[in-house]
Design a protein around this ligand. Sequence first.
Ligand SMILES: [Zn+2]
Length: 271
Amino acid sequence: MRTNSFDGLCDACSAHVAAGSGSLTGKPGRWRTWCLACSPRPPARGAHDGWHRLPLASLDFETTGVDPHADRVVSYALLDEPGFEITGLIDPGVPIPTAASDVHGITETMVAGAPGPAEALTVVIDWVQALIERRVGLVVFNACYDLTMLRAEAQRHGLAEPDWERLLVVDPYVLDWGIERGGLGQRRLVDVAAYYGVRLDGAHDATVDARAAREVAVELAARHATVGTTSLEDLMGHQRTWYADRAEDWNSYARRVGRDLDDPTGWPLAS
Ligand SMILES: [Zn+2]
């Protein structure tokens, strides 16, 4: 959540909140100011059983840019059972723009001599397929981005694709939207992790991000029984709906103010 940049009245208790001393949530036209005591926080952990008590895997990529159809993977982290943590660099075979290196710190010099996409991504795809067979949920924050890129890379390099239809995806970005309906404003991994008290030291390192995403997913399920007690199979349908709702929410705002429309379709793979 953002700190409030202007004086305001607390949305809950109406106390005066001096600039910089409380928080700000919401979206353009619907901003809400909160004093520190009233700032939104997640519910306490419940005693319910659910998928957060089962093994969960997690995946994250660092890449050459923001277009999952055209950009390339330069590093990956695959987290599975305790002790299973595979990370690696990939020489994408294309330049790594400075704008991307500035985000994740991976340069062309660093990937020189690393395996190419076909070799490295075969490891990733085989692992994803193994998760499908084991019926283990795969946590991916904003899965549409990473998984669409994995599919594009597989097709680009002629690799066999995982059985996408049977993959169980847990996307904390989409689950958070389903719970908050966008009411808390911008929700990057760093925002959602802070809200749930999950440590994120060194964001934009694939391993750090994959670990934090999995911890956030566990907190979401432990603190929201309706999410945690839903089977991962049923949760796939809910996430598809929430992702579409989120896109429609953004698009209706974008139409009003003349901003670019969000690509509305397809989760966990963009269509
Ligand atoms: Zn208050």
